[in-house]
Design a protein around this ligand. Structure first.
Ligand code: FAD
Length: 438
C-alpha cells in the first residue's frame, strides 16, 4: 500500500490539459495588472492631444496621453517643418483664438527654453472683389486687428519687387503672421506635459471606450489588451475621428480624411536670402481658385514652400502618398507671382500629409454626448488650419473636461449638433472661398 505522500507524487491531481489551463489562468492572473486610474485620459498625440495633455497636467490633473504609433510619427497631420500662423480669417470667430494662441505659444517657448514660432507678417492676396478677402478685412476690423490694404505698386515697393500682382488684385498685410515648426512644437508640448507630471505612452492603439457603470469612470481599452480608467477622456484622433467615434458610440461626426501634398520649390541663385524672414518676407495666402499658400524660406535654405490647399479623400490606412492635384495652376501662379525668381518647372521636394475636414471646414470641439454625456470630449475636424490654434484648443478641451465649460470661446460654431440642423454645417457669408485654410 502506498503512503499518501507517494500517492500524491505518482497520481496527478489533474489531467495534463487541466494542468495547462490552471497554469495559464495563474499566469493571466499574475500578468493582469490592476487598471490604472487617471483624472484625464487623452487619446491621440498630435498637436491637439499634446496641448491638451499639457494643459490638463498643468492644472494638476493626473493625465495620460496615448498614441497609436511612435511619438512624432509622420502618419497624421502634425508632423513636418512649417505651419503658418495668421490671424486673417474670413470668419470672425477665429482671430481671437489665434491671438490667444500667440500668447500661449510664447509662454510655452519660455518654459521650454527654445523657439518654435518664427514671427513675420502675413500677406493675403486676391482679386479685390473676392468675397473671402472682403470678409477677411471686415473680420479683422471687428477683432481690432490693424490691416493695410495695398495695391500692386505698393506691394512691389514693400516686398522688394518679389511679388507681382495683377492690376485688379489687392494685398492685405497684418503683423500677425509667422511660421511654427510642427514636429518641434508637438515635442515641446509633450515634454512640458511630462514636466508637469503627465504620463505618456506610445504604440497604444485604442479600440474601445466605454462607461464603467460601477465607478462612473470612462474605461479605455487598447488593442494589446491594456485597459485604462479615467474620470474624463478627451479624443483628439485627427483623421481617425469619424471611425473611432462611430465605433464606440454610434455617433457620426462628418470628418473626412484627405491626403494632401506639400511642395518645395527652388529659389533662383542669388535670390535665396530675399525670400527669408530676415528680409521681411511674409507668410502668404492667395485667394481664388485654387487657394495657394506658403511660408518664407526657412527650413530648407534656398527652397520655398508653396502648396495648394485641398486634397484627395482617403482612408488613413490606405493612402497613395502621391501628389493629389494637377501642378499646372500652381506652376503658372509661381511663374506669374514671383516673376521667374522661383524655379517653377518642378518642385524639388514633396511631403505627404493628411487633413481631417468637416463640410464647413470649422472645428469640432464638444462633449460627445450619448451614454458618455460630458465625460468624453472630442476635438477634431481641424480642416487644414488648426495647428496655429493648438495651444488654445488644448486649453478649451481641458476646460471642458475639468470645469464642464470654457470661457475662452463661444463654442456654438464648433458643436456637433450643427450638422443635425444642416448637413453642411455653419453657413458662410462667402461662397467663392469656403475654406480659410492654413
Ligand atoms: C500639409 C498640411 C499643411 C497644413 N498647414 C497648416 C498651416 O499652415 N497652419 C495651420 O494652422 N494648420 C495647418 N495644417 C493643419 C494642422 O496641421 C492640423 O489641423 C493639425 O495638425 C491637426 O492635429 P490633430 O492633433 O487634430 O491630428 P493629428 O496630428 O493627426 O493627431 C491625431 C493623433 O491621434 C492618433 N490616433 C488616431 N487614432 C488613435 C487611436 N485609436 N489610439 C491612439 N491614438 C490614435 C494618430 O496616430 C495621431 O497621432 C496643415 C495640415 C497639413 C496636412
Amino acid at each position: 500500500m502506498l503512503t499518501p505522500q507517494l500517492q500524491k507524487l505518482i497520481s496527478p491531481v489533474s489531467s495534463p490539459t487541466q494542468k495547462t489551463e490552471q497554469t495559464q489562468t495563474k499566469k493571466r492572473k499574475k500578468m493582469e495588472k490592476p487598471i490604472e486610474k487617471f483624472d484625464v485620459i487623452v487619446i491621440g498625440a498630435g498637436i491637439m492631444g499634446s496641448c491638451t495633455a499639457y494643459e490638463a497636467s498643468k492644472r494638476n490633473q493626473k493625465t495620460l496621453l496615448l498614441e497609436q504609433f511612435d511619438f512624432l510619427h509622420h502618419l497624421g497631420s502634425s508632423h513636418g517643418e512649417s505651419r503658418t500662423i495668421r490671424a486673417t480669417y474670413p470668419e470672425d470667430y477665429y482671430p481671437k483664438m489665434v491671438l490667444k494662441s500667440e500668447t500661449l505659444w510664447r509662454e510655452a517657448e519660455q518654459q521650454i527654453g527654445y523657439k518654435v514660432y518664427f514671427k513675420t507678417s502675413q500677406l493675403d492676396i486676391g482679386p479685390s472683389n473676392d468675397k473671402a478677402i472682403q470678409s477677411l478685412i471686415s473680420s479683422c476690423d471687428k477683432n481690432s486687428i490693424p490691416v493695410r490694404v495695398i495695391d500692386r505698386n505698393t506691394m512691389s515697393l514693400e516686398f522688394d519687387n518679389l511679388i507681382q500682382l495683377p492690376h485688379d488684385w489687392i494685398g492685405v498685410v497684418t503683423e500677425h503672421g509667422g511660421v511654427i515648426k510642427p514636429t518641434k512644437a508637438v515635442s515641446m508640448f509633450q515634454t512640458l506635459a511630462i514636466i508637469n507630471g503627465g504620463f505618456l505612452r506610445d504604440k497604444i492603439e485604442i479600440v474601445e471606450i466605454k462607461k464603467d457603470n460601477k465607478t462612473g469612470d470612462v474605461l479605455v481599452m487598447a488593442k494589446n489588451g491594456e485597459k485604462f480608467s479615467g474620470k474624463k477622456c478627451v479624443v483628439t484622433v485627427g483623421s481617425w475621428m469619424n471611425k473611432l467615434v462611430r465605433n464606440i458610440s454610434g455617433i457620426v461626426i462628418p470628418i473626412q480624411p484627405l491626403e494632401t501634398t506639400v511642395f518645395y520649390w527652388k529659389i533662383k541663385k542669388g535670390y535665396e536670402s530675399k525670400f527669408t524672414i530676415g528680409n521681411g518676407f511674409p507668410t502668404f495666402a492667395s485667394y481664388g481658385e485654387p487657394y495657394i499658400y506658403g511660408t518664407p524660406s526657412l527650413e530648407y535654405p534656398g527652397l520655398i514652400k508653396i502648396p495648394i490647399h485641398g486634397g484627395r479623400p482617403c482612408e488613413p490606412t490606405d493612402r497613395t502618398w502621391a501628389p493629389t492635384q494637377s501642378l499646372d495652376p500652381l506652376k503658372k501662379w509661381i511663374q506669374e507671382r514671383f516673376g521667374g525668381l522661383v524655379e517653377s518647372t518642378r518642385p524639388v521636394l514633396t511631403q505627404s500629409c493628411m487633413y481631417s475636414v468637416t463640410p464647413d471646414e470649422d472645428f469640432v470641439i464638444d462633449f460627445l454626448g450619448g451614454e458618455f454625456g460630458e465625460d468624453v470630449v472630442v476635438g477634431g475636424g481641424f480642416s487644414g488650419h488648426g495647428f496655429k490654434m493648438g495651444p488654445i484648443v488644448g486649453k478649451i478641451l481641458s476646460d471642458l473636461v475639468i470645469d464642464g465649460e470654457t470661457k475662452e470661446v463661444e463654442l456654438v460654431h464648433f458643436r456637433i449638433k450643427r450638422f443635425e440642423k444642416n448637413s453642411k454645417g455653419n453657413l458662410k457669408k462667402f461662397d467663392d472661398q469656403l475654406s480659410s485654410a492654413h
